[in-house]
Design a protein around this ligand. Sequence first.
Ligand code: UDP
Ligand code: MG
Length: 313
Amino acid sequence: MLSIVLPCYNEEGNLRPVYRDIMESVPEDGDGLEVVFVDDGSSDGTFAVIEELSGQDPRVKGIRLSRNFGHQVALYAGLHEARGDRVVIMDADGQHPASMIPALIGKMSEGYDIVNTVRLETEGTGVVKKASSRWFYRLFNALSDVRIEPSAADFRIMNRKALDAFLSMEEHDRFTRGIIGWMGFRQATLEYRAPRRISGTSKYSFRKMRHFALDGITSFSSKPLRISAVFGLVVLFSGLIYLVYAVVMYFLGRTNPGWTSLLVTILILGGVQLLILGIVGEYLARIFHETKRRPHYFIQQRTGEEEQKKDQS
Ligand code: UDP
Ligand code: MG
């Protein structure tokens, strides 16, 4: 069976067209198909649309999370629900063309466990988003041992073996594309062109993007901590050299009032210390988060024939 998992956050206007696209693009080859919608705590009518679709089509099921847990956790929740032996993950806003799914399946049948995608370009993406994304992947690849293609997307197909490996990684601050890169197995990559989202605006606010970037770097690299130490040493040595210079100047009787240099030194040192504390704090916060061992998410409600049957039995 093939499962298709779509995390949705306030996507009520997009689910019907995306569902239609999937049904038109995915060949029913008798192996069975299921579409799993994950409503990530939407405040609009997203879940009502999912219920409507699952009422019309027994291949559709949905879960509603108890609040907005974020894209990466919603994906994890949906993948737990998927029963297929091959699973596609894609966005619910029409930016991941369902017409690519046969190509993903075809590539997988060449003997790959995971087929990833990278977008060639996205229509209607602002310069700021493009540039920040490019710089983020440069930084990520420089800092971590895992390599991610710039403009990688959370649009891919995995087989059961890869999916079970993915689900066994239970970290809380999830960075899906890093986890996939870290896992290994036989992976291939295809390219696609991303259209504009069908309706609504991006659900990745600046705050969510910053979180996503920090989760990515802190879960795949401890280099920022080591760079902090090196940075501290460099500042310390510069300070020592400056001290020698000041002493020499004192004996030469050429001491200046020196307020400027003093102030600059204090500001730089203060800044460096706060920066390093902040970096340590980011890691500490994640350790704190992880040690509480809370569940990743809660399911508030389910819809879909199969689930109702399960509840009755
Ligand atoms: N999404 C989600 N929870 C969130 C934010 C986003 O489930 O808190 C979903 C969203 O509905 C979409 C996918 O994640 O299906 C990608 O989000 P979006 O299209 O807003 O990101 P962009 O394409 O702008 O990077
Ligand atoms: Mg999108």
